[in-house]
Design a binder for this molecule. Sequence first.
Ligand code: MN
Ligand code: MN
Length: 317
Amino acid sequence: MSGDERHLELPFTGPATFFKAPHVPALELHRTGGRFDVGILGVPFDFAVGFRPGARFAPAAVRAASGRYAVPPSGYYDFETDSYSLGGARLVDAGDVDVAQLETAESHDRITAAARALRAAVALPLFVGGDHSVSYPLLRAFDEVRRLHVVQLDAHLDYSDSRNATRWANSSPFRRAVEALPELVNVTVVGLRGVRADPEAFAAARSRGHELIAARAVHAAITDVVDRLPKGENVYLSIDVDALDAAELPGTGSPEPEGLSYGQARDLVVATVRRNELVGVDLMELAPELDPTGRSALLSARLLAETLEAWWRVRAE
Ligand code: MN
Ligand code: MN
């Protein structure tokens, strides 16, 4: 045995928090007086899903899965570069937003308030949804960020003005966000595919100059896609796990074939982090109970771990 023999790191020991970080509710973080490097907030809201629900269970599933990626005191070790990342990083699990089930506006206000409280206490806020409608109230908490860019990994555009007689579904968060945030300059969407596209939404996104990149383009030449990502900007990264291929990550409400591999998604995330100033990250649409193998939650936790690892390396450079 090596190291501190009293402190073991088995993934399944509890209590389950994100990456085994200490738990301080977002609205109480100001009382700690401390500043954290990374804060992770759960948003168990999936009441805006038009197809298969279940993302309300994602924060709990990612907490359980992320025990496997708890950051050791010295950090994650990378054998390829013989170096460490995230050593000494201060992480906090900011709990879950108390969502009001059928009161959308009330839930949105609670989500924005919790996100603002988290932003005030941490260098990098990370959010685990929830369905993708949640990105709109989260982005409202970034309304003072100048020249904000969004990078969205997604099979779907999520830019419909209205769908099935509602403006608040998981088909519309980025349409609502650009309406509410004058400083939201642009959205780059990577991973688009499928046959259910809303022509009005695509026309509106194109006319605003959004960068719309098909999954097919990633398969053809990922380096060309990386060149189309923003550079030197303030970026909010929004990861819809259905950007990944349905075979690799089946635990999501609206899976689509011909999606990104885990490695492609990871490379796009790392490139986004390295090229820009990351102001926030969300991971949405994981519906863990649709995948009895549990790998969707494990891959989601690992993608978040690799996002943090890349962010920390850039910060340390
Ligand atoms: Mn989405
Ligand atoms: Mn999607």
